[in-house]
Design a protein around this ligand. Sequence first.
Ligand code: AMP
Length: 385
Amino acid sequence: MSGPLLPGAAIGVLGGGQLGRMLTLAARRMGYRVHVFSPDTDSPAGRVANREWGAPYDDMEAVRQFARSVGAVTLEFENIPAETVEELSSVVPVRPGPRALRTTQNRLREKEFLKGAGFPVAPFRAVPDRSSLGAAVEEVGVPAVLKTAGFGYDGKGQTRISAPEDADAAWDALGGEAVLEAWVGFEMELSVVAARGTDGSFAHYGAVRNTHDRHILDLTVAPAGVPRGVEDEAVSIAAGIFEELGIEGTACVEFFLTGGGGLLVNEIAPRPHNSGHWTIEGAATSQFEQQLRAVCGLPLGGTHRAEPAAMANLLGDLWPAGEPDWPSALAVPNVSLHLYGKKEPRPGRKMGHVTARAPTPEEAARRALEARGALAGTREPTAES
Ligand code: AMP
């Protein structure tokens, strides 16, 4: 790229979900135009973008036109076909770049990369077909978890194997190339969200603590409250991964913290992450603005956190009998509400989140949970809704 992409330029976003929406809002605030490309129309991101391209990722004619209409492309969804990324890359810079995407699109490739580069991961074995599962279970031991090698997120495409006899049923449940991973009796789940600029600069938000419910992120608390040495180690591993993969943009490294205080990398997300949503109100520069800055070749922003923050996800399950009680949630001090504009509140679907700030991480978590709890009382929808 000859120079940074400046306000007024158009950036392209692959994917139309909430991550793309929050990125689009950050970009438009800074005077950029945003084109969203996804197979959907009227998507959460497309609704706030300047232009929405509703076409399949393998519609190469649309992909080429989209590429010509923007100055750089980034993504909010990593499972973009390799040919699409190649086609785009022949016209405009695509960030985070092909190596990061190729590696993180497939769990097996990701784990082999991590292990090969010396980053700590739980023991695993490739399971290319059913016949190799028995030997893998013997080598890895039980309990273990069988995960599809290809596309999977939020615990989709994984089954626990508690005893060798479970193996066949687990294979039937997934079917297809997989990875068998030792079950980690972790003490805590952590993540590090960070960004790397086109000049190689690196800025991180420290380690945050994540709790999951049904394999879906439920609550993030920043800071994680782990010993300094653990946090430094997590950040240093994340920085090493960003460097090795040549990531340009915001990404997240998820970790298990084991009882012995050791860290294992669970997963890399090559885009803004749910555990970084708190940065919108809680940090000097949000993970989305950071993504924009990196994609445009601009200096990264400061990541200072003025006070602890916590984020609780709002899933579709909160809408069982009508509209959640928004006023009661917003009555909780220092709580911010984000809704993604999704029409259908299905169980397990991420509809929005609340972020709370407070003088201590415990109080921030308490406020976020109190606000979410307050939503459960139902109200009649208003005439406009
Ligand atoms: P993933 O989609 O691989 O990030 O998994 C989603 C969640 O499932 C993780 O955040 C953990 O809570 C749980 N999980 C996944 N793999 C393991 C494992 N090997 N041991 C224990 N829990 C796991």
